[in-house]
Design a protein around this ligand. Structure first.
Ligand code: NAD
Ligand code: WQD
Length: 336
């Protein structure tokens, strides 16, 4: 049985991945400082899987505490989700983002080195393709700039891992570049439930559907896209979670660094997503068209071929699945 350290494992993508790891027979060890998650996520994982993962409420920047995690458990590989992730906030408080995201990665890598752990799966992002690449984005494009301090932390961490592999060729680092994960586990027990007013589209839609926010504002309908609204590559979080298991399997017998997109390969517009949500959940979401949001790109999606060839992974859930499951979770959360 393989012991996998999952940092940020109480978060949105991390918790879904922990469920899939347990279902596949892995032994996940969760580290999370609960800066953006609640401890009851661990209970929910237990309800879903029948198994309670080992949990440490620990900040990855705390080297002593991380050493204890590694000495208590023989860790075979690491999936590193722990990070701050709000793009707008990162513009306002860049130092917190650089400190948390980069320091936690460096500390983790140093402790891995002390304990001889050589398999690293990293949560990167499509944001590393920056504002200037043509889409669909392909892994061999230059991915060396981003448009926010948050995005820059991903670019920098990709660089750090790449340099580390140059110095330690027997190490394996998989840089998973996620596109736009949405949706929830089918139980409705796990999902994306940000504090405060959501910035991302699906959590915002969910709050409108629950009657907690009045209406959705669509940021611009005059983009050079088929219906004028922005297009993104939305993928189901459970598909994304499974992508991590495929990456672990791949890394088991590999060395070196590999960047891999995890997306569906399809662009879906904001308007199409709103209509899919209406259809999947039999409702009519109130919306208005507002001005463009600063920094938004008109359209991008993944070239999803590399994940297929290298990992044998492709997304299987439809946009309706994503909308149905997102609402199932949000509805339960709103009834609490
Ligand atoms: P999330 O905020 O739900 O999960 C991150 C978790 O990490 C949280 O539970 C938080 O408490 C924890 N954390 C933060 N800093 C920590 C630290 N120093 N030590 C220990 N725990 C810490 O976010 P998510 O959406 O699940 O994202 C997971 C990862 O995927 C992040 O690295 C994020 O940047 C990346 N990512 C997310 C998206 C997205 O749209 N959600 C897209 C691309 C990449
Ligand atoms: C999607 C679309 C908005 C809210 C961000 C990060 C990216 C990645 C994923 C981590 C856009 C529109 C949104 C609303 C709207 N995260 N929108 N009304 O901006 O594609 O990506 O999250 O790595 O780095 O930048 O996602 O969900 O914020 O927006 O019309 O109230 O929905 O304009 O076209 P985005 P999003």
């Amino acid at each position: 049985m393989m012991n996998v350290l999952v940092t940020g494992g109480a978060g949105y993508i991390g918790s879904h991945t922990v469920v899939e790891l347990i279902n596949a027979g892995y032994e996940p060890i969760v580290v999370d400082d609960l800066s953006n998650a609640k401890e009851d996520v661990i209970d929910r994982i237990e309800i879903i899987t029948g198994k309670r993962p080992v949990f440490y409420k620990v900040d990855c920047k705390d080297k002593e505490a991380m050493r204890k995690v590694f000495s208590d458990n023989k860790i075979d590989s690491v999936i590193h989700f722990a990070a701050y992730k709000a793009v707008g906030e990162s513009v306002r408080i860049p130092l917190e983002y650089y400190r948390n995201n980069i320091d936690s990665t460096l500390t983790l890598m140093e402790v891995m080195e002390e304990f001889g752990c050589k398999k690293f799966v990293f949560s990167s992002s499509a944001t590393v393709y920056g504002p200037n690449n043509p889409y669909p984005y392909k892994e061999d494009m230059k991915a060396i700039e981003s448009s926010s301090p948050y995005g820059w932390t991903k670019v920098m961490i990709e660089r750090i891992l790449t340099d580390y592999v140059t110095a330690h060729p027997d190490y394996c680092a998989i840089l998973l570049r996620y596109f736009n994960p949405i949706g929830s586990h089918e139980s409705g027990l796990l999902g994306d439930d940000p504090n405060g007013i959501p910035n991302n589209l699906m959590p915002y839609i969910s709050r409108v559907a629950a009657g907690q926010l009045e209406k959705l504002t669509i940021y611009g309908d005059d983009y050079p896209t088929p219906d004028g609204t922005c297009q993104r590559d939305y993928l189901h979080v459970v598909d994304l979670a499974i992508g991590h298991l495929k990456a672990l399997e791949y890394a088991e017998n590999k060395e070196g660094v590999e960047a891999i997109n995890l997306g569906t390969g399809n662009g879906v517009s904001v308007m199409e997503l709103v209509h899919a949500f209406d259809k999947a959940n039999d409702m009519e979401l109130p919306y208005v068209i507002g001005p463009r949001r600063d920094g938004d790109l008109p359209a991008f999606w993944a070239d999803a071929e590399k994940a297929k060839t290298l990992l044998g992974w492709e997304a299987t859930h439809s946009v309706e699945d994503m909308c149905r499951s997102a609402w199932k979770f949000a509805k339960k959360a709103s009834e609490k």
